[in-house]
Design a protein around this ligand. Structure first.
Ligand SMILES: [Zn+2]
Length: 201
């Protein structure tokens, strides 16, 4: 998917259909800046506006993603290529989110220990504030780890070693399973055997 090519195509079709950036933005109920961003290839129109945009520009969704009019005889093949490419993009995005989530979790833990360490050194018996700080820090740590855990489980899926079945564990199953890196010891919902299942995105 070539965002710059798509952007140029949107601009070209907009002009052919006698829209200015302003009038097209108005027709779609988006800001002028959004249209400008699409045309400069900074981002794609969001999914909620795609169908309407294509209708206004008299193109198909397939044309839009390819950044050109797709020949009818190539349409199916091009659509399939796009689906594969989008799946790949999704995988990459998921992996990136996974890494960022882990960094956030480790960061939250390091920050927590730093706060605990500093607070413990400054603590006097009669002070109330260190306890307050510790309680708050603990709360923030648990909330961060809880959400990091949920994101981690939601991203990707596992493959059973015995029957090759692909599945996503529930939060409870994931929490109870031992794991090493991106591999978890999970019970397969299909064949009910346990195995070290590797995470895929
Ligand atoms: Zn299985």
């Amino acid at each position: 998917m070539d965002l710059r090519k798509i952007g140029k195509f949107i601009a070209q079709k907009r002009q052919e259909n006698n829209y200015t950036q302003e009038s097209l933005a108005e027709a779609l109920d988006v800001s002028n800046r959004s249209v400008s961003k699409w045309e400069r290839g900074i981002c794609l129109p969001d999914s909620g506006h795609m169908a309407e945009l294509c209708k206004l520009l008299k193109i198909s969704i397939n044309d839009l993603f390819n950044g050109e009019k797709v020949d009818m005889k190539d349409a199916e093949k091009k659509a399939e290529q796009l689906l594969i490419e989008m799946a790949k993009r999704q995988e990459i995005a998921n992996k990136r989110t996974f890494v960022h989530t882990n960094i956030a979790a480790v960061g939250a833990m390091l920050l927590y220990f730093a706060v605990v360490g500093i607070t413990a050194r400054c603590m006097h018996k009669e002070d109330f504030w260190p306890i307050l700080i510790l309680v708050l820090a603990t709360l923030v740590l648990f909330i961060t780890l809880y959400f990091a855990f949920r994101i981690e489980v939601d991203l990707g899926h596992y493959t059973c070693k015995h029957c090759k079945y692909e599945f996503t564990p529930t939060y409870g199953q994931a929490a109870r399973a031992i794991h090493m890196g991106t591999t978890r010891y999970l019970k397969c919902p299909k064949c009910h055997k346990r195995s070290w299942s590797k995470k895929h995105f």
